[in-house]
Ligand binder design. Sequence first.
Ligand code: MG
Length: 278
Amino acid sequence: MTTPCIVTCAVTGSLPQKKDNPAVPVTPSEQIESTHEAFEAGATLVHLHVRQDDGSATSSPERFAMVQEGIRRHCPGIIIQFSTGGRSGAGRERGAHLALMPDMASLATGSVNFPTRVYDNPPDLVDWLAGEMRERGIKPEVEAFDLSMIFQAARMQADGRIPGSLHVQFVMGIQNAMPVDRRVFEFYVETLKRLSPQATFTGAGIGRHALEVARWSMELGGHARTGMEDNVRLDRDTLAPSNAALVRQVVQQMPEFGRRPATVAEARALLGLPPVSE
Ligand code: MG
């Protein structure tokens, strides 16, 4: 019996992505509706950024609260994960929304170059964000942009800064960071399993190779991420009409790898999260 696959949907991209595909949801009501469709298509984890109505970045906890409340109402049991990435502000602003107690939050365990800037994650900020999550029982999703970040996550687990089992997302395809590379992906998986045998992982490909990375991850026993934050196309010639269409595209690959989408109860159990509360 193979492990059911948790499909993460990263529903909202940045302003340039909205220009590339007008179907990218931006307002809270658009985000809630788009998440609901993705949930019905098989997504059990939603990764969230919030934006102003004009699409520009904001870290507004009020916005996060509106979106979280709507998603909890319409998608019972879905795992809600907030981004603590640099688009959500600077320094400790990046953790202001953790007071809203999402199920999970992203945690980059090191710094990396992005297309036009440094994604700056100094050690004291990483520890502070991890501490905010720990205090509130929020499970981190470690965002690994290179190998050192996997080692750092394992160190943080070993010394208690990250309690429980590790969940790591391998991110490939961001310009100036780690490219989409199968041998590196396999080495990531092997290294994570060596350092932390109980760890779970997800493959996240950014841009046109998004589906390929999701397929690698499903093949190697991991979980899959898709969504308009990462990629706005179904293929080179076709814009994705919705986040749900991207989720369906991933779900359609699963039989090839003997996988099926996890239910919310299974997804929560796999990640060591509390069961759905009614
Ligand atoms: Mg993100």
